[in-house]
Design a protein around this ligand. Structure first.
Ligand code: E4P
Length: 218
């Protein structure tokens, strides 16, 4: 399973990259706003800075919601760097835009996916990635993991190439469940990734090893 970090924070991206387990980055307009990035030039510069930091795919979301606008913005984003994946919302014009980019070999990420039907449409339009939002489903008392399961079955039934990018990951259990089901990618905050490291028996075991070593090497 690939690990993407879901942030526009350069320090977090660098920390995950330095860990050696990072495969890419996803962003969205809210995450860009959180970092205070505004204005077209600054936004494009920031995406380029992210691309320069990492080795894998970098999802950059269009703001337009009409077909022509999405094509215009998406092409501009894709020209920035080969790592750019054009992120497109799951709306009617978005499906058409996915098809347009897929026909031209430009990578896409279909975002704001909350149902199996939406995921099926995204795959048929040739999306590179589909982003079902697990955490936001959990927030409204639907099990986000059931959706990952359903999409896995559908994509395997028809051998779709679209990769399941489990998004809106909030904690390490989400990551582990996604890995069990067979999501291709997960994207989450640095905190969820680092939480995978933690186990109290690792901490106490290491403390004992070091204490025993110190005793016998006085
Ligand atoms: C997906 O690409 C989105 O950026 C993201 O995962 C949304 O997560 P949130 O529900 O924690 O905002």
């Amino acid at each position: 399973m690939k690990f993407f970090i879901d942030t526009a924070n350069l320090a977090h991206i660098k920390e995950a990259q330095d860990l050696g387990v990072l495969d890419g980055v996803t962003t969205n307009p809210s995450l860009m706003a959180k970092e205070g990035i505004s204005g077209k030039d600054n936004v494009l510069r920031h995406y380029k800075a992210i691309c320069d930091l990492v080795e894998g795919d970098v999802s950059a979301e269009v703001i337009a919601t009409d077909y022509e606008g999405m094509i215009r913005e998406g092409e501009e984003l894709a020209e920035l760097d080969d790592k750019i994946v054009v992120k497109i919302p799951m709306i009617k014009d978005g499906i058409k835009a996915l098809k347009y980019f897929s026909n031209r070999g430009i990578k896409t990420n279909c975002t704001l996916v909350f149902s199996a039907g939406q995921a099926l449409l995204a795959a048929k339009a040739g999306a590179t990635y589909v982003s079902p939002f697990i955490g936001r489903l959990d927030d409204i008392s639907f099990d986000g993991m059931d959706l990952i399961d359903q999409i896995r079955v559908i994509y395997d039934n028809y051998e779709f190439d679209t990769q399941i990018l489990a998004a809106s990951v909030r904690h390490p259990i989400h990551i582990i469940k996604c890995a069990e089901i067979g999501a291709d990618v997960m994207t989450g905050p640095l905190s969820a990734m680092l939480a995978l490291l933690k186990h109290p028996l690792t901490d106490s075991g290491l403390a004992t090893f070091l204490a025993d070593h110190a005793k016998s090497n006085q």
